[in-house]
Design a protein around this ligand. Structure first.
Ligand SMILES: [Zn+2]
Ligand SMILES: [Zn+2]
Length: 139
């Protein structure tokens, strides 16, 4: 899995201390954080970082195409550093954990032509829901 900080540096992004903290918070596999969660974690590393800086930095990373916005629930947009490998999401209904998953077959071509209404389809978003093993064991 490619490193978000390396990718941003490779894009010529000016790495300030504040930007670095936001990138560090978002770096990793299966990371899907709301802006508020990013802000809370960034504050733990850099107490003076403002919410506005976090929001602006997230917006820049999305504009660069190195972070994607995902909407797996109705509450808040989440930020996902897995921007280069197309994937869908698996969400636990109880604890809310989100995994990146890769369904077999191409979901873009899975829609029959008579269901396309003449559209040229460019993207697809599928959210699989259920219970993770921990929550299933408790339920
Ligand atoms: Zn769970
Ligand atoms: Zn994801």
């Amino acid at each position: 899995m490619s490193d978000l900080l390396e990718r941003l540096r490779g894009r010529g992004w000016r790495m300030t201390a504040q930007r670095r903290v936001v990138a560090e918070v978002l770096n990793g596999d299966h990371v899907h954080l709301t802006a508020d969660e990013v802000h809370a974690r960034a504050t733990a590393k850099l107490p003076e970082i403002s919410r506005a800086t976090v929001y602006n930095t997230l917006g820049e990373m999305v504009s660069l195409g190195e972070v994607i916005e995902v909407a797996t629930d109705k509450r808040a947009k989440r930020y996902d550093p897995n921007a280069h490998r197309p994937h869908q999401h698996l969400v636990c209904d109880l604890c809310g954990q989100i995994r990146d998953v890769h369904p077999t077959g191409n979901p873009l071509t899975a829609l029959p032509s008579d269901e396309r209404f003449g559209f040229t389809i460019s993207d697809v978003e599928v959210t699989y829901r259920g219970l993770c093993p921990n929550c299933a064991a408790k339920a």
